[in-house]
Design a binder for this molecule. Structure first.
Ligand code: C5P
Length: 223
């Protein structure tokens, strides 16, 4: 068997990270949550009280940012320049501003560089928006994971409630998710789009286990 690259892309809250984490565990691959990296840069920008249109200053922050993932009890812990931001990057302020930060070309160049360095270390499952199209264009397995906006909002609402993260009502959450998808899909650099060679999976009516099993079967054929 060989170590391969698995790219999982799709809109917000489609279950990418949950599924990617489990697939990585099953094959003993590295898991990389690229959304957390863009969120960490957005957190840094907010922490520095930068305006979201100050692209020069935010680009510089990104180029100097050291983002680290460390194993945690349940989920990976995220650190930026030594500060733990695991919980802070899931809050409303970051979620609202991350798409603007992620649309800055120099920010994407730097994150893509860091993501490829992580992928160079071995078998990898990476989730995000542009993994199959830009970051790992030669990934042997590319999945485009989708679900209805209503189902995605419902899942995220339940998840936030469990984690004690306050994000408003279900309707507000759905509106915020749809706005973020719209921004991510229409930006100039590496927009959210299905790669030509990606397999589309609709998880609206599937359980997490079913999605993990389907992706695992696709991987097993390649290794
Ligand atoms: O995956 P998650 O929803 O945490 O990603 C947060 C945001 O980061 C996305 O809405 C998008 O703006 C940005 N992102 C991106 N490219 C990626 C991963 C995330 O632009 N590969």
């Amino acid at each position: 068997s060989k170590d391969i690259q698995v790219a999982i892309d799709g809109p917000a809250s489609a279950g990418k990270s949950t599924v990617a984490k489990r697939v990585a565990k099953r094959f003993k691959y590295i898991y990389c949550d690229t959304g957390a990296m863009y969120r960490a840069i957005a957190w840094l920008a907010l922490d520095h009280h930068l305006a979201m249109d100050d692209t020069a200053a935010i680009s510089q922050l990104a180029q100097q940012a050291e983002i680290e993932f460390k194993p945690g009890e349940e989920e990976q812990r995220v650190f930026v320049n030594g500060t733990e931001v695991t919980k802070a990057i899931r809050g409303n302020a970051v979620s609202k501003n991350v798409s603007a930060v992620a649309a800055i070309p120099a920010v994407r160049t730097e994150m893509t560089r860091q993501q490829r360095a992580i992928a160079d270390k071995g078998g990898i499952v990476m989730d995000g928006r542009d993994i199959g199209t830009t970051v790992l264009p030669h990934a042997q397995v590319k999945i485009f994971l989708v679900a209805s906006a209503h189902e995605r909002a419902r899942r995220r609402y339940e998840e936030n409630k469990e984690k004690g993260i306050h994000t408003g009502t279900l309707a507000e959450l759905q509106a915020a998710i749809e706005l973020r998808d719209q921004k991510d899909s229409t930006r100039k650099v590496s927009p959210l789009v299905q790669a030509a060679d990606a397999i589309k999976l609709d998880s609206t009516h599937l359980t997490i286990d079913q999605v993990v099993d389907q992706i695992s079967a696709i991987i097993t054929k390649k290794i």
